[in-house]
Design a protein around this ligand. Structure first.
Ligand code: ATP
Ligand code: MG
Length: 332
């Protein structure tokens, strides 16, 4: 089947509902009829200050969570970014064909660098999108399942691929974003103006997939809504309720309109209680499964090692073509 690639950062102990609904459930669905490469992007995770012990632990936890959710390492290629040196090597070449102004315009760079001040931000935060472009382009990727927040980075990736191809000769497949709009932006439960995020959300604003089911249910019940008491989808005027409807619909497979009808005239009480149970049931098996996978570190290591070996084969072919076209003398 067609080649897909995507990555996720090991920047927290758990993925959240936004990661799952916006991206990871598509990863799992796509492995049935696609040639899928999925990557825990640990090199992206060091663009902001990090703790080495936590990073290694979270990389394993990330791989374990993906498998617990249904990613099958027999059908998909699963690995850690740092295990395939070609990612860093291609990123350098892409850095050299990217304009400084182009990189500085990326909204993720602007948002994340604004936190500690521009002068304190790492150069890695600025070059993040070129490393991400390298991740994707190394695998001659046709489609990239991601959330809405990655659309701009995907556009840059396409621009860089086209630029390289026209300057140096056809080398890269031009990847298309695969953004399923219904769930592409799950917002923070307490601050519906911002997306749910591993690094920016408060604990009450985020449902972690490894949350205790009772805690997850409580977060849903105390999610910010509005003073109207009408269950209706309206992203502009009712962002909190619309977000809950989106989550409800995605986890049950039922239509938003049908769910809104069901709770018509009942206020938010029953709606929130039912959704809190749906979310609790969803997270319930994931922690146990993840813990079981984490208990066998040797097995996880073997999965990542096999995935990385398969990834290196594809990646090294692309990198060799790139090095040849830009005029490097080559390995022999
Ligand atoms: P960080 O805060 O460290 O950047 P994150 O929560 O944004 O973490 P990423 O690892 O950057 O997670 O992104 C992994 C995938 O999840 C990407 O495809 C991204 O588009 C998607 N994603 C992240 N947040 C959301 C969200 N709130 N709604 C839908 N998709 C999301
Ligand atoms: Mg992010």
């Amino acid at each position: 089947g067609p080649r897909v690639f995507s990555g996720i950062q090991p920047t927290a102990d758990s993925f959240h509902l936004g990661n799952y609904l916006g991206a990871l459930r598509h990863w799992i669905r796509l492995q049935d009829d696609h040639d899928a490469f999925y990557c825990v992007v640990d090199m992206h995770a060091i663009t902001v200050e990090h703790d080495p012990v936590a990073l290694r632990e979270r990389t394993y936890r990330s791989a374990a969570q993906l498998i617990a959710m249904g990613l099958d390492p027999q059908r998909s290629t699963l690995f850690a970014q740092s295990q395939v040196p070609a990612h860093a090597e291609l990123a350098w070449v892409l850095n050299c064909i990217t304009g400084l102004g182009e990189a500085r315009r990326m909204t993720q760079f602007k948002d994340k660098s604004a936190k500690g001040g521009l002068e304190q931000a790492s150069v890695g935060l600025l070059t993040y999108p070129m490393l991400m472009a390298a991740d994707i382009l190394l695998y001659q990727t046709e489609a990239v399942p991601v959330g809405e927040d990655q659309r701009q980075h995907l556009e840059l990736t396409r621009d860089l691929a086209q630029r390289f191809n026209s300057r140096f000769g056809d080398t890269f497949t031009i990847p298309a974003p695969l953004i399923i709009s219904d769930t592409a932006k799950i917002v923070d439960l307490q601050e519906p103006a911002i997306k749910m995020s591993k690094s920016a959300s408060s604990p009450k604003g985020i449902v972690d997939v490894l949350d205790d089911p009772k805690a997850a249910a409580k977060k849903i019940r105390s999610a910010v809504t509005d003073s109207e008491a009408e269950v209706r989808f309206d992203r502009e005027d009712k962002p909190g309720v619309s977000n809950l409807l989106t989550i409800y619909s995605a986890l049950t497979g039922r239509k938003v309109s049908e769910i809104a009808d069901q709770y018509a005239g009942q206020g938010y009480g029953a709606f929130k209680v039912d959704l809190s149970e749906i979310v609790a049931d969803f997270v319930s098996p994931l922690r146990e499964r993840t813990d079981a996978l984490l208990a066998d570190r040797a097995e996880l290591d073997a999965i990542l090692r096999d995935g990385a070996a398969a990834a290196r084969e594809v990646a090294s072919t692309t990198l060799a073509a790139v090095y040849d076209r830009v005029g490097f003398v080559g390995q022999t």
